[in-house]
Write a protein that binds this ligand. Structure first.
Ligand code: PLP
Length: 421
């Protein structure tokens, strides 16, 4: 099969290119899918079934850290499959120990619990926060504070902690014991302070993303996060970071919390951890290491296959100097996006983000939205995704090369030009 670039579009159209979508009649209608069927990937590139080639700036939504079909990951997992794939957590699992050791040696945490996804990692964190409230602080009805416009996952507790009403609709009653404050309200901290005054005796934890992803790529402000750290320390409240999207090198540091030079008491991981394989984790410092025998469990969590995947990703981040790459490619993307803002001031007004977690913000009043643009970039052979209706999210694999970033910007510019000429 000949592998070709996706056909270029005509100005003003955003019609369908690539393989025609098959009708998934047996699947529940829960995803608004791109009209594409991807069948193969290599590095930062993916191909549809007709052989059209696309630069992947979605990476499984910030998940395929090493891109697609990475030689070391493929080899390690082939080997692991032939060795042993899954055993129950009732047995000692050396791959799990190796991964835990790497995570502990390279973070502020001292202990890890493994699960399968971001929502599950946050569920574990929420249970931990409640137990901490009960046993360490003697609170009968503990409250967890989280931020407005946050996203923590789709299971019921993670959903209850998510500060976006659109995700709550029709799923009430949600869990009680959550309240929300404005993210980055660093000017006055007024919103947070009001919550604190009202509820302080009941607050057992603050759960927060260091960089809000799904909510629109909002990097946390330094002052605000230092205020949070001091407030939590002073009041014996757990500060828990949701690093499901920001962790494992995505921001140019291994962990998002390093951006502020503070440490959380606990943090959660998933997405990039397994490089495309299902694994999540809750990591805790000594102050939060309170789970005991039988407190929590997961059948698949941390099985040998998933742990081998994550350990291979971790070692490659370390050995291939990927953090350096994330920083330089992140700067390059920002420059390109800023140029787009300069050239199209009626349609874009801001570039937000850190490392390889960048957002191009669409201006109020523009006829463009993230859905229109992400569909159009497909025609130019580029996969992008929205973070809400007004932000184009750029989260490519951590291995993306300079010339691929050039292509990314060229293709994005072309798509935008095609929509507004
Ligand atoms: C910050 C954050 N937390 C939690 C989740 C939920 O992760 P999962 O989809 O693996 O359950 C996501 C997913 O987008 C996320 O971005």
């Amino acid at each position: 099969m000949e592998l070709v670039d996706a056909p270029h579009s005509k100005c003003g159209t955003f019609g369908f290119v690539g393989s025609s979508p098959t009708a998934p009649t047996f699947l529940m209608n829960t995803y608004q899918r791109f009209p594409l069927e991807l069948v193969r990937g290599k590095g930062c590139w993916v191909w549809d079934k007709e052989g059209n080639k696309y630069l992947d700036a979605i990476a499984g939504i910030a998940t395929c850290s090493l891109g697609h079909s990475h030689r070391k990951l493929t080899n390690a997992l082939n080997k692991q499959l032939r060795k042993i794939q899954h055993v129950s957590n009732l047995f000692f699992i050396p791959e799990q120990e190796d991964l835990a050791e790497w995570l502990i040696k390279n973070s502020c945490a001292e202990s890890v619990f493994f699960c399968n996804s971001g929502a599950e990692a946050n569920e574990a964190a929420i249970k931990l926060a409640r137990k901490y409230g009960h046993i360490q602080r003697g609170i009968k009805n503990p409250i967890i504070l989280s931020a407005k416009s946050s996203f923590h996952g789709r299971t019921l507790a993670a959903l209850s902690a998510t500060g976006q009403e659109k995700y709550h609709k029709n799923f009430g009653p949600l869990l009680e014991g959550f309240d929300f404050f404005s993210f980055n309200s660093s000017k006055s901290f007024q919103d947070l302070q009001e919550k604190i005054e009202k509820e302080l005796p009941r607050i057992s934890a603050v759960l927060i993303e260091p960089i809000q992803g799904e909510g629109g790529i909002f990097p946390g402000e330094n002052d605000f996060f230092h205020f949070l750290r001091d407030f939590c320390t002073k009041n014996k409240i757990l500060l828990i970071f949701d690093e499901v999207q920001s962790g494992m090198g995505r921001t140019g540091k291994l962990w998002g919390y390093e951006q502020f030079q503070i440490e959380p008491d606990a943090f959660t991981l998933a997405k990039g951890l397994g490089g495309g394989h299902a694994i999540g984790a809750l990591l805790v410092k000594e102050s939060a290491n309170i789970f005991e025998l039988g407190d929590h469990a997961s059948t698949f969590g941390g099985n040998p296959f998933a742990c081998k995947a994550a350990l291979t990703v971790a070692k490659e981040i370390e050995n291939a100097n990927l953090l350096e790459n994330v920083n330089s490619r992140g700067k390059q993307i920002r420059l390109g996006l800023r140029q787009i803002v300069n050239d199209y001031p009626n349609h874009f007004n801001e570039v937000r983000g850190v490392g390889l977690m960048q957002g191009l913000v669409i201006k109020e009043g523009s006829h463009l939205n993230s859905q229109i643009i992400t569909r159009k970039t497909i025609e130019e052979g580029l996969l992008t995704i929205g973070a809400g209706p007004k932000v184009i999210r750029i989260v490519p694999p951590l291995i993306i090369k300079e010339k691929e970033v050039n292509q990314l910007i060229i293709r994005l510019r072309k798509s935008i030009k095609g929509l507004i000429c």
